[in-house]
Design a protein around this ligand. Structure first.
Ligand code: NAD
Length: 381
């Protein structure tokens, strides 16, 4: 089983491997077979990934004498709904699953969260394997065991912690991923450097272009470092009581922006996180925790790879700092209505704080929104 690197997420009996490399999908059967209690798997995917990559997985399973059936949900966040979840569970149950049945999530974060949640609750819990096919899911959502669906009251409000038995991250499937999705995943990679590894962020400043062009070595190295960091943090704090919260760098602002955009395609999650990370560093500088030069460096790097770093591309909307703060208060990560931010003392040195004065947040947002409107107005013919 050559050509890949392995990381272990250390969670005692529930420990599992993350294997990262080129062409893993085509060799999936040999990786999966040792984990099966019966030679049968049920694959959950979405309509786009089915058309692009399902056949490769099916061939690999066949080569390892593993029988399989596939279920495709419509591509997109809409499939993380109660209705889609109910249909998927009924479809899977109608195939006659038992406690030894293995599910495979083949797709991005939507499929991973949906299939993982089905695995968590079907027959009170069955095994599943993640084969993430977006950069975001390879570095973030497939690792750590958070699964779930959305509610009318907000995203990811219904879910469970349920760890996969294995994660297979094949860098070659990223070749079919639209550039905008690749960049959204890159934001989560940059986040890892920014929150806890300044040397990795330095490396990214020099190598991001290679990675985004699909260079397999650069991709493997970056995915590995991001997963390693997430795995370490999750092993130390599986249920997000402490350190795991650092992974939310950029997310307090980011979630508010996403909520205000109605979770539409106007702003992808990773794009919201990119803007959120810039704002988190700017807030840190404003409060005297880090140097303004650090915040500039974050903004420059994200802008250089063509991620959004402020409100400029979103000026068709009427932004209101107070409405954004309202969204933050409703976020499930707010503690009793108190806003929680991940701030930084420097690049690679993040910490959490629930003591940020709201008027400071409002001032920062008001300034950035005003600047963006000014800039857009001067660009108008
Ligand atoms: P996604 O699953 O919707 O994938 C994005 C799009 O890319 C979809 O249209 C999909 O069909 C397509 N796609 C997937 N792989 C492809 C490929 N190789 N080639 C071409 N197209 C491909 O979105 P995502 O960005 O992967 O994940 C976002 C979801 O992940 C959100 O629902 C978010 O809440 C969740 N998430 C979960 C966690 C967690 O810890 N569980 C962490 C972060 C995000």
């Amino acid at each position: 089983m050559g050509g890949h690197e392995t990381l272990v997420v250390g969670l005692g009996e529930r420990s599992y491997d993350i294997r990262i490399g080129e062409g893993l999908l085509g060799r999936a059967g040999e990786h999966i077979a040792p984990l099966l209690q019966s030679p049968r798997v049920l694959i959950v995917t979405d309509s786009s990934v089915r058309d692009l990559h399902l056949a490769t997985l099916q061939r690999a399973l066949k080569a390892a004498d593993i029988s399989h059936q596939s279920f495709a949900v419509p591509a997109g966040e809409g499939s993380k709904s109660f209705a889609a979840f109910a249909k998927l569970c009924e479809d899977l149950l109608s195939e006659g699953i038992d406690r030894r049945t293995m599910l495979i999530a083949l797709g991005g974060g939507v499929v991973g969260d949906l299939c993982g949640f089905a695995a968590a609750v079907l027959l009170r819990g069955i095994d599943f394997i993640q084969i993430p096919t977006t950069l975001l899911s390879q570095v973030d959502s497939s690792v750590g065991g958070k699964t779930g669906i959305n509610s009318a009251h907000g995203k990811n409000l219904i879910g469970a912690f349920h760890q996969p038995r294995l994660v297979l991250a094949d860098t070659s499937v990223l070749a079919t991923l639209p550039k905008r999705q690749l960049l959204a995943g890159y934001a989560e990679i940059a986040k890892c450097g920014l929150l806890g590894d300044a040397a990795f962020f330095n490396w990214l400043e020099g190598h991001a272009h290679l990675l985004l062009e699909g260079d397999p070595d650069a991709l493997r190295k970056a995915i590995r470092r991001a997963c390693e960091m997430k795995a370490e943090i999750v092993a130390a704090d599986e249920r997000e009581a402490g350190r795991r919260q650092l992974l939310n760098l950029g997310h307090t602002f980011g979630h508010a922006l996403e909520a205000e955009c109605g979770y539409s395609d106007d702003l992808l999650h990773g794009e919201a996180v990119a803007i959120g990370m810039v704002l988190a560093f700017e807030l840190s500088a404003q409060l005297g925790y880090c140097r303004p030069e650090d915040a500039d460096r974050v903004r420059r790097h994200l802008a250089a790879v063509d991620l959004p770093t402020g409100f400029e591309r979103l000026c068709a909307r009427a932004w209101d700092p107070n409405r954004l703060i309202e969204h933050m208060r409703r976020d499930k990560k707010a503690r009793g209505g108190q806003l929680v931010f991940v701030l930084a003392q420097a690049i690679g040195k993040a910490f959490t704080s629930d003591r940020v004065p709201e008027d400071e947040v409002e001032r920062l947002l008001a300034e950035r929104i005003a600047e963006a409107y000014e800039e857009t107005a001067t660009l108008m013919p």
